[in-house]
Write a protein that binds this ligand. Sequence first.
Ligand SMILES: Nc1nc2c(ncn2[C@@H]2O[C@H](COP(=O)(O)OP(=O)(O)OP(=O)(O)O)[C@@H](O)[C@H]2O)c(=O)[nH]1
Ligand SMILES: [Mg+2]
Length: 295
Amino acid sequence: MANSKFEYVKQFEQPDSLLPNTWIVVRLDGRGFTKFSTKYAFEKPNDMRALDLMNAAARSVMSELPDITIAYGVSDEYSFVFHKSCTLFERRASKLVSTIVSTFTAYYIYFWPIYFKDSKPLTPPLPSFDGRAVTYPSVQNLRDYMSWRQVDCHINNLYNTTFWALINKGGMDGTTAELMLKGTFSADKNEILFQKFGINYNNEPEMFKKGSVIFREYEMVEPETTKNGVEKEAEKANTAVPEVKSKSQLEKEKKARTKAKIVVEHLDIIRDEFWERRPWLLSGKPGKVPKEQKP
Ligand SMILES: Nc1nc2c(ncn2[C@@H]2O[C@H](COP(=O)(O)OP(=O)(O)OP(=O)(O)O)[C@@H](O)[C@H]2O)c(=O)[nH]1
Ligand SMILES: [Mg+2]
């Protein structure tokens, strides 16, 4: 086809490629969810329907994109992690972020009437999400990122649980509750919950305390006792030269991933145990599909 005089505009398209051999995290976040949650009367501080809906949308994103190794969500945000050796997609930030955000938003709206069946239907302004991509060069950086989000979940949830207990059960107004919690430590909040309201924070739902983690489920392995299993996987995944896999090998792995069940759990992802028992998350190699799961 002949070049047109307009074609020069292509030069304006600049690369936005993400550094090779790094872990890519795409985090999305609900836009204006403070207002949105009020409009649809989300329960405070945690609305089970809203969190289940976020999880359902994230699970669908994962099943459409087998390159995502793990996802973690809390409140109106979700982080999706691409393995550093994953080569099946273009490492372009804009392409990756827009694919994830649009797929997630589409499913969020699709699932809305299922999770909010007794609520009013969605009307404009419709829910939307922003997104960003960040690359992490080492397994430790990636694990610290995941730990950061889960610690954030814990801190916010303990604060919000205490804050709303003071208001809903203690009859306080927002300003007084805020003043009371100013400068308090975790132990103080646990104490307020227990002494004033008989609430044992430990008995709060796991989803509220830990957030949600989504991954493909294979047969778990016993954590190694001799050498730290996570370190071993981390060493393997931290090679300077990215592993080159043949096309057939990549296809085989993709197929194995597609077969695996995608689960939503509420586990501690800060401690080594979570990663040790599930070496496929860091190694990028699919594990064994449990027998009872095979079609
Ligand atoms: N009541 C209730 N509100 C929630 C729940 N999950 C998220 N939210 C709301 O969503 C907000 C998320 O925080 P942000 O992302 O910082 O606030 P935002 O209004 O979405 O602002 P931007 O992200 O900057 O657009 C919280 O402050 C809550 O108001 C929930 O389960 N229940
Ligand atoms: Mg938000």
